[in-house]
Design a protein around this ligand. Structure first.
Ligand code: ADP
Ligand code: MN
Ligand code: MN
Ligand code: MN
Length: 369
């Protein structure tokens, strides 16, 4: 039987050993490729472009403010299109190596106001106000790999794989697809300097997860967005597509989330379970606000995923419980036993903006807004 997987993927069929010849050319000293990364007008896709700088940047403030054509990213009118890119965080570039850098940016309109999808701006204000409580976040990023025909990678072209069961944390060629991409991404994130905490195969075949964190404050958003850029870029090298859609396949297949684990200093100290319970009480009274912040379409994407089935809670109800994977909020068993630790908010969608999610958690649980 012919193997049809990836036959239409131009990036997969290019000969990578030819590219190696050029990637290993020596680079002049003090010439650095800086790849500026930003969130486009969809609020869920990343864009990037590269420029040369003639010094090795150590802090984002040292890098020039740049601009781009916002009319080509759903962020501006063609007649007034210049949109500003402001560097906010720097990472080592795992694709170019050497002194080359990845530069996370936030975006501003011609009038210096944040663009509609720049949720970092207000998130940073909330994080500054809550700084003394030392908020930590750890996000479990789930995603699905697709072939060029937009079907999950490795799935039969004219049918479906066997039912869910053997795939979660699976091992073996008939259980998991494209571990090469997963491991390459993991190594690339470590090289970049991202606090990647782990990875595992998910319940639906071709679905995977990695975790970023714990990170304190705004850095969770910066690191998660750059980890997503790295994932798209690694998969591009293999000719495979990454989707963060929260329900890529309808029917009896798990969706994808971005469980957000959250704690303050007080929650992490002895007896902190009291603080965790206080936070859950506040969350119970702000369910709608959180659902609106937890996907890029104000709750519409999560409507497809938060059905009350497939290890989710219903989008319409708030619930919390120890070790309960069918609740909005789960207290991990270990934290209940230790009477301290963190809570897990299971509602954020896989394509959420972590700046919006973490801002909502801080404003509800810490700032009492
Ligand atoms: P699950 O059991 O839900 O699959 P994971 O092991 O995938 O959990 O992810 C747990 C996440 O919680 C990790 O990203 C980890 O860094 C993060 N985490 C651990 N401790 C804390 C804490 N005190 N505050 C916030 N996040 C934490
Ligand atoms: Mn997990
Ligand atoms: Mn998971
Ligand atoms: Mn989880």
């Amino acid at each position: 039987m012919p193997n049809t997987t990836l036959e239409n993927s131009p990036n997969a069929v290019l000969n990578k050993s030819v590219a190696e010849r050029y990637m290993h050319l020596p680079c002049p000293e003090n010439k650095v490729k800086a790849t500026y990364i930003w969130i486009d007008g969809t609020g869920e896709n990343v864009r990037a472009k590269t420029r040369t700088v003639d010094f090795v940047p150590k802090k984002p403030e040292e890098l020039p403010v740049w601009n781009y054509d916002g009319s080509s990213t759903y962020q501006a009118e063609g007649t007034n299109s210049d949109t500003y890119l402001c560097p906010v965080a720097i990472y080592n570039d795992p694709f170019n190596g050497g002194n080359h850098k990845l530069v996370m940016c936030d975006t501003y309109k011609y009038n210096k106001k944040p663009t509609e999808t720049n949720h970092r701006h207000t998130c940073l204000q909330a994080m500054e106000a809550a700084k003394d409580t030392k908020p930590w976040f750890g996000i479990e990023q789930e995603y699905t790999l697709l072939d060029m025909d937009m079907r999950p990678l490795g799935w039969p072209k004219n049918g479906f794989p066997g039912p869910q069961g053997p795939y979660y944390c699976g091992v073996g060629a008939n259980k998991v697809y494209a571990r090469d991409i997963v491991e390459s991404h993991y190594s690339a994130c470590l090289y970049a300097g991202i606090n990647i905490a782990g990875t595992n195969a998910e319940v639906m075949p071709a679905q995977w997860e990695y975790q970023v964190g714990p990170c304190e404050g705004i850095s969770i958003g910066d690191e998660l967005w750059v980890s997503r850029y790295i994932l798209h870029r690694v998969a591009e090298d293999f000719g495979v597509i990454v989707t963060f859609d929260p329900k890529p396949i309808e029917g009896d297949w798990n969706g994808a989330g971005a469980h957000t684990n959250f704690s303050t200093k007080a929650m992490r100290e002895d007896g902190g379970i009291i603080e965790i319970e206080k936070a859950i009480d506040k969350l119970s009274r702000n369910h709608l606000r959180h659902i609106q912040a937890y996907d890029p379409k104000g709750g519409k994407d999560n409507e497809r995923r938060l059905t009350g089935r497939h290890e989710t809670s219903s989008i319409h109800d708030f619930s919390a419980g120890v070790a309960n994977r069918g609740a909005s909020i789960r207290i991990p068993r270990g934290c209940a036993e230790d009477k301290k630790g963190y809570l897990e908010d299971r509602r954020p969608s896989s394509n959420c903006d972590p700046y919006a999610v973490c801002e909502a958690l801080v404003r509800t649980c810490i700032l009492d807004e």
